[in-house]
Write a protein that binds this ligand. Structure first.
Ligand SMILES: [Fe+2]
Ligand SMILES: [Fe+2]
Length: 139
């Protein structure tokens, strides 16, 4: 992967719950692959990676939502809605990508996906991680 691609990927904070952080690392590496395939204008590869990313995202979101249920997380509705919105958008983009290739709107969504992920981790997952750590410490 080129330095330009890496430099365009802002970082995201660790949330402090190992099961979430491990899944985030895997998720981010798929996002990097997705951006690389789009930059290379390889629509077929991008469609394959986005298809796999959809499966991984659904699994990751479900595991966060299981943790939220376990600790009766107060912001569960808001956080879950953010997951659903991302999945709905990603499914639409995947369909568009499969049917029409890397049109500008599809490429723009892909280029912005790492920013969505970083913002989601900073706003939602970090707060969930803090609540998990507090719950596990009995606070
Ligand atoms: Fe997450
Ligand atoms: Fe999340």
């Amino acid at each position: 992967m080129s330095d330009a691609i890496l430099a365009g990927m802002p970082g995201y904070p660790a949330v402090g719950a190992p099961e979430i952080d491990d899944e985030h690392a895997a998720f981010e590496s798929m996002l990097r692959r997705l951006c690389a395939t789009a930059e290379q204008k390889d629509a077929q590869a991008a469609a394959n990676v986005l298809g796999a990313l959809l499966v991984r995202a659904a699994g990751h979101f479900a595991s966060e939502e299981r943790l939220m249920l376990q600790i009766r997380y107060v912001h569960m509705a808001r956080h879950t809605a953010a997951h659903r919105q991302f999945l709905a958008q990603a499914r639409t983009i995947h369909n568009d990508l499969c049917n029409g290739g890397l049109e500008p709107a599809v490429s723009a969504w892909i280029a912005g996906a790492p920013r969505w992920f970083n913002a989601h981790v900073e706003v939602e997952d970090l707060a969930l991680g803090e609540a998990l750590i507090a719950a596990r410490a009995g606070r």
